[in-house]
Design a binder for this molecule. Structure first.
Ligand code: ACO
Length: 311
């Protein structure tokens, strides 16, 4: 038997009305949203590291300016998302503590190293491309602040994806060495990009409830399929070889069939054993500690302002 509050909540969900911060919501809805939004925020922030690593080595002034602004955008996305999670009653410092102590995850993809400049191009194209497929769907998520954040984030992610693809195109149409570098980046980043969509639906702990509450609007496997389908033509245009040798058009399904992923690798990476997990968190902790004086200064200033107002 649902309480009147629960009934009203479900009515809004079914009518596609957004749930807003002061509305009543089930505790499990709130917790699930905090989990997803905070992990999303952490992904944006940790995601600055693999690319930030190349800002000083970008091959031209133009590429450097574009990369700088892209990395700054990711910081902004993290901030919108932390603010959105804060409306649910968790503080920024609690979320950061959960990240730094390994209680909260961030996207598996950011635990892979960026070995060459082509990896930066591949991240823009494939990683931001996969993120957009997911985030376009999340624009229709049921929680108002998350949904509105996604609309803005998607606009910026589209630019990120385009700049990555354009950089990849320049390499693939360049010298044989540049083309080989592009192919190598594609081979390494293709599979981890598909893992960004999460485990198979049958293994996804949160999907069923998240779909019912319209936190998620499409399942992990459906979004992954969209990405597989859209990427085939893009690889063709680049003139590169598709990394999946089993890829085949399935007329009956109207989709490409593809190889299954290495799920042992996926679980190992999300459980902390990827190439760069330790390094990413150590770097985050160091940057956070170095920034302590800024946070202290802001608090002291706000305190001073409050005291002045109270006089
Ligand atoms: N990397 C790290 N952890 C993952 C990944 C992944 N690629 N996929 C799933 N997981 C984790 C989940 O967070 C969950 O862990 P938890 O219970 O400790 O929180 C567990 O694996 C089980 O997975 P699901 O039940 O399928 O989790 P969920 O329903 O949350 O679906 C998904 C995962 C699709 C990533 C979802 O959380 C989502 O859409 N998040 C928002 C988008 C996002 O975070 N994108 C990150 C990359 S965006 C960028 O480029 C910065």
């Amino acid at each position: 038997m649902m309480t009147p509050e629960e009934q009203n909540f479900m009515r809004k969900i079914e009518a596609e009305e957004k749930i807003e911060p002061k509305d009543w919501m089930p505790d499990t809805y709130r917790k699930n949203l905090i989990r997803q939004i905070s992990q999303h925020a952490h992904s944006e922030v940790i995601g600055m590291q693999p690319e930030g690593n190349w800002i000083t080595r970008a091959p031209s002034l133009r590429r450097k300016a574009v990369l700088l602004s892209k990395v700054q955008d990711e910081a902004g996305h993290g901030l919108y998302l932390y603010s959105s999670a804060e409306t649910l009653g968790i503080s920024r410092s609690e979320m950061i503590e959960q990240l730094q102590t390994g209680k909260a995850k961030y996207s598996s993809i950011f635990n892979y190293p960026t070995l060459t400049w082509a990896d930066v191009a591949a991240i823009g194209w494939l990683v931001d491309g996969a993120a957009i497929v997911n985030q376009v769907s999340l624009q229709r998520t049921s929680y108002g602040p998350y949904s509105r954040g996604m609309i803005r984030i998607c606009k910026e992610e589209s630019f990120h994806q385009r700049q990555g693809y354009e950089a990849m195109l320049a390499l693939s149409k360049g010298s044989p060495e540049q083309k080989a570098m592009a192919q190598d980046a594609l081979n390494r980043f293709y599979w981890p990009s598909l893992m960004m969509f999460g485990p198979h639906d049958s293994e996804s702990a949160h999907s069923q409830k998240s779909m019912e509450w319209k936190i998620k609007r499409e399942t992990n496997d459906d979004l992954r399929q969209k990405f597989v389908d859209q990427t085939v033509k893009q690889i063709e245009v680049l003139g590169l070889e598709h990394p999946d040798k089993n890829l085949q058009w399935n007329e009956a399904r109207g989709h490409y069939d593809s190889s299954d992923l290495n799920w042992d690798e996926f679980w190992s990476v999300i459980n902390g054993n990827g190439h760069c997990n330790r390094q990413r968190i150590e770097h985050h902790v160091a940057a956070h500690e170095e920034g302590e004086w800024v946070r202290d200064a802001i608090s002291a200033y706000n305190e001073k302002k409050r005291a002045k107002k109270a006089q």
